[in-house]
Ligand binder design. Structure first.
Ligand code: AMP
Length: 221
């Protein structure tokens, strides 16, 4: 299957995309993670992307389109895509790149604005294994350390309050038009992103018409 996760910052795309990729046993392509790794490594892509990511702006379409085309070519037939497309231009490029096989569904996650802001400002991430935590609702067992790999948790630079505001503005202006674009193509499956991770995942599974998960996953805001 080829599934795209779509929605505003903080809605839980990353968490849900990760779970679905595991469940479907297909590669996860998360453009935000790819960019953060590139920035950390100081690669040419990282140098180009850093100034946009830290300010909550979108990395230019031509850079993102070239990156994702390359990732898709290398990652085979099926995938879960998180963070791409974010503009209509990117969606058109994805359609061209995939040709006839196209994508199977776009999971459009939604949640109220105050919940998005609260989730983002309370989020801490493991830079190594990419696991996310919420300071009060889903804290790590050892303060400040990842449960999975023990690495020190960090706050993403773009999860600072001033940048969160900008990311939401950018989403509304640049990305929200994609809701209608994908609805018009009959691909959009809207999913309520509020509640625990396991509850949202059950809805996601329902939306892609696969079996419901039997064991609840960790809790979320
Ligand atoms: P994310 O981890 O998906 O929230 O992405 C973090 C940041 O990476 C975004 O705020 C953008 O600056 C950049 N980014 C990720 N994916 C894209 C994309 N498809 N187009 C442009 N910028 C992107």
């Amino acid at each position: 299957m080829r599934i795209v996760f779509f929605g505003p910052p903080g809605v839980g795309k990353g968490t849900q995309a990760h779970l679905l990729a595991q469940r479907l046993n297909v590669p996860l392509i998360a453009t935000g993670d790819v960019l953060r790794e590139a920035i950390a490594s100081g690669s040419t892509l990282g140098l180009k992307a850093a100034e946009y990511v830290s300010k909550g702006e979108l990395v230019p379409d031509d850079v993102m389109i070239a990156l994702v085309k390359d990732l898709i070519e290398r990652r085979a037939h099926d995938f879960v895509l998180d963070g791409f497309p974010r503009t209509v231009k990117q969606a058109e490029a994805l359609k061209r790149a995939l040709g006839e096989k196209g994508i199977d569904a776009v999971i459009g996650l939604c949640a109220p604005l105050d919940l998005l802001i609260e989730r983002l400002s309370q989020r801490r991430v493991c830079p190594r294994c990419k696991r996310n935590y919420h300071l009060t609702l889903n804290p790590p067992k050892r303060t400040g350390r990842c449960d999975s790999c023990g690495s020190p948790l960090v706050q993403r630079e773009d999860d600072r309050e001033s940048v969160i505001k900008r990311r939401i503005e950018v989403y509304t202006k640049e990305s929200q038009p994609l809701v209608e674009w994908y609805r018009g193509k009959g691909l959009l499956r809207e999913v309520d992103g509020t509640g625990a991770v396991s509850q949202v995942f059950a809805r996601v599974c329902g939306a892609v018409e696969i079996a419901q998960p039997r064991t609840p996953n960790r809790q979320s805001p």
